[in-house]
Design a protein around this ligand. Sequence first.
Ligand code: PLP
Length: 371
Amino acid sequence: MKIETLAVHAGREIDKTTGAVQEPIHLSTTFHRDENGELASEFIYSRSGNPNRRALEKCLASLEGAAECAAFSSGMAAANAVFQALEPGAHVVLSNGYYGTGKMLMDVFTRWQVECSVVDTSDLGAFRKSLRKNTQLVWIETPTNPMIRVTDLDAVSAHAHSVGAKVVCDNTVGTPILQRPLEHGCDMSMYSATKFLSGHGDVLGGAIVSKENDEFFERVRTIQTGAGAVPSPFECWLTLRGIRTLPYRVRAHSENAMKVAAYLDGHGAISSVNYPGLENNPHHAVAKKQMKMFGGLLSIHLKGGRDAALRMASRVRLFTRATSLGGTESLIEHRASVEAPPAQTPEDLLRLSIGLEHPDDLIADLEQALA
Ligand code: PLP
């Protein structure tokens, strides 16, 4: 079936007792055994499994044609589970993308003898040089947040597998609608479900989607159910509700972002626009090869540097000054003010998450902010 149909139906079951078409929210933390000790279903205790979480996991696995999915309480909890599944002394190659992922590896896992190389994985030469004999994990983020760099997933996966490394793609910005990393050689996709998947800025969540139900994924599952960084039943329900409209929302985010990027690209106050949908963007060819559309996230460099960037952010009226991305409302943020090492985001950069407002209104707001 097509992805729109899967988004609506995957993980859906008519409630057996009431006939409810939308799944009830199962708040119970524990599940009854009969006099013979038999359980009524696969569920025992809600840290190890819950009907709403299972429905969300089935849906996400189905959207990617994957064997399995584990849902977490945040994107970072999902990433953390993969890092915890590594062997001691592992070397990890990481895209220079979302600063929180690199910070987690550097602050926590290097103390556990995990070595970490942060590289621009969109540069295949630099990526190949960073691989070592003990590289166990290649963590690709594409497109990256906030520089919107695009990595060639087929090429990177082939090189990573040649040294025996697992490849995970942080597909938060692409979503399974625009990009299906498992079809480009990756072993797992990771999501911050906080963003486009739930899509309304009211849920914190994450997920690991795995091509195989292999030994490595089993370790991720053990960490999920054993440590319990799991989303609540209500958050799973909200995320699944968000996914039902994901294909249509992501297309609208992408169309709006394309129009906003094209407007900003010609503006005299802006030195460059990072958006792979623009034909003059250095990542356009790779993005076109592996993405259906180019997503709802872009960033811009202001000619007047940090001061001009802060001035523009202070003048917007329709855009909201806030962190995060992938919600219905457009957001703007000066990333250098909020990030920490290993990020090196330039001071002249503003990140824009393009929402579902009419693009003419967004452009009018940016125009008056830049005037
Ligand atoms: N990956 C990317 C690309 C992100 O943008 C973020 C958050 O901004 C995360 C991961 C972390 O997700 P969460 O905030 O849900 O833990």
